[in-house]
Design a protein around this ligand. Structure first.
Ligand SMILES: Cc1cc2nc3c(=O)[nH]c(=O)nc-3n(C[C@H](O)[C@H](O)[C@H](O)COP(=O)(O)OP(=O)(O)OC[C@H]3O[C@@H](n4cnc5c(N)ncnc54)[C@H](O)[C@@H]3O)c2cc1C
Length: 397
């Protein structure tokens, strides 16, 4: 079976690795001239680390990742800690994997460096998909074509594969925009500690964490906006704009923001969960089928889990791709839909407008923390506990 993957982001490259590990012939098509990621960090939670362990690539991940000591929730103005999840030995043993912080380019490279040059086709922007009885005909912007037995659309939130096969559908403006920046760790102060800190304030929140093995702090600072005016959804912004939007926030954050050089500005879009991801010999993966708000830190994680499960499903049904795609969707669609919807809900609870509502939320976080220190506040036990490596055994049972 000849499998074409459209998109060379984290999802597409992970898929190519997972399929090749199962012995499938793969061709990956990326519209850019080379693999590349934006200069920002990503949190990789234990559920996704387990998929990477399943691919035998965790040694590469470990070499470039930073291990934070905790996830902590903080009050926007006072810096008071509202919840804390210790990420030490007990956490790692419970979830059978660590919680990691990593620069996006480093994560992409964990997968991309596994792919031989003959598998990767650059400057190939997909424009058309036609299913014939014999296979799938792909049409690229440069006029070239490719014939595949199976196609995986891993081409992101504005997926051309999705548009061609399912129609464009609505990309939903979530009412959130974010600033993203990296700051060298040298100037970092106080509460911006080597942990994943969630600073929650009125109609905004900030997440700070270490990447590049601890050499830099990644900042994601989210505010609400009536509409997104930029044509691009990753535009340049400025330190001044960022400082203005976070006026009055804790001095440690202000100090961190003052050290920012390059700032990117993203409008955050998502979609409603889809009823299905596959038609004939074409399926979707990652942001192409389940774009989500980043408030549970799960977009890339879900794409990596998808990649691992899709390869296992195809290996279970090598002569019946239809059955494989049905098994893939049955495993992945309910989970990713729940994550999409819960991430939306976090958009509301992280941004409560008044101090009274924030105090009630924080009291609830404290109550949950007392009940079970692992699930505290952001309630992520069900997300982290999932182990994609169990998929084949669960199917067989
Ligand atoms: C602010 C922010 C913070 C985030 N933080 C986290 C986090 O902490 N943890 C986490 O797990 N996730 C996080 N995410 C989500 C994560 O970044 C995405 O979910 C993930 O990158 C999706 O990967 P993908 O491969 O599906 O899509 P993409 O990364 O969008 O890759 C798609 C690829 O397809 C290519 N492409 C597009 N169209 C075509 C075409 N027509 N032909 C050929 N190639 C094409 C693109 O060039 C690109 O290389 C965050 C997102 C944001 C915005």
């Amino acid at each position: 079976m000849k499998i074409a993957i459209i998109g060379g982001g984290i999802g597409g490259t992970a898929t190519a690795c997972a399929l090749r590990a199962k012995g499938f012939e793969v061709a990956l098509f990326e519209q850019a001239a080379a693999f590349g990621e934006v200069g920002a960090g990503v949190q990789i939670t234990p559920n996704a680390v387990k998929a990477i362990m399943g691919l035998g690539l965790d040694h590469k991940l470990d070499a470039v990742a930073f291990r934070p000591r905790a996830v902590s929730g903080r009050h926007w103005q006072s810096g008071r800690q509202n919840f804390r999840i210790d990420l030490g030995e007990e956490f790692r043993a419970h979830y059978r994997a660590p919680f990691l912080h990593i620069h996006r380019a480093d994560l992409l490279d964990v997968f991309a460096s596994e792919l031989p040059p003959e598998v990767c086709h650059f400057n190939k922007r997909l424009e058309g998909v036609a299913q014939t009885g014999a296979g799938v005909q792909l049409q690229f912007a440069d006029g070239s074509r490719f014939e595949a037995d199976l196609v995986v659309g891993a081409d992101g939130v504005r997926s051309a594969v999705r548009r061609e096969v399912f129609g464009a559908g609505d990309l939903r403006w979530t009412g959130h925009q974010c600033y993203r920046a990296l700051v060298p760790t040298g100037g970092v102060v106080g509460h911006v500690a080597p942990e994943s800190a969630f600073w929650m304030g009125p109609k905004a929140h900030v997440v700070t964490y270490y990447v590049k093995g601890g050499a830099a702090v990644n900042i994601v600072a989210v505010t609400e906006a009536a509409e997104w005016v930029e044509e691009s959804w990753s535009a340049r912004s400025s330190r001044t704009a960022m400082l203005k939007d976070f006026e009055g926030w804790h001095p440690d954050l202000q100090k961190l923001f003052e050290g920012v050089d390059e700032v990117y500005n993203w409008g955050l879009f998502d979609r409603d969960p889809m009823p299905g991801w596959s038609k004939g010999a074409v399926t979707l993966l990652g942001d192409a089928c389940h774009p989500m708000l980043p408030f549970l830190s799960q977009g890339a994680a879900m794409a990596i889990e998808d990649a691992y499960v899709l390869a296992q499903a195809l290996a279970l049904h090598p002569d019946a791709p239809g059955a494989a795609l049905a098994a893939y969707e049955a495993e992945r669609l309910p989970r990713t839909a729940r994550v999409q919807l819960e991430a939306r809900e976090r958009g509301r609870t992280y941004h409560l407008p008044s101090e009274d509502e924030m105090a009630a939320r924080d009291a609830e976080y404290a109550r949950r923390a007392k009940e079970d220190p692992r699930t505290t506040g952001i309630n992520t036990d069900w997300v982290y506990d999932y182990d994609p490596r169990d998929f084949a055994a669960r199917r067989a049972a």
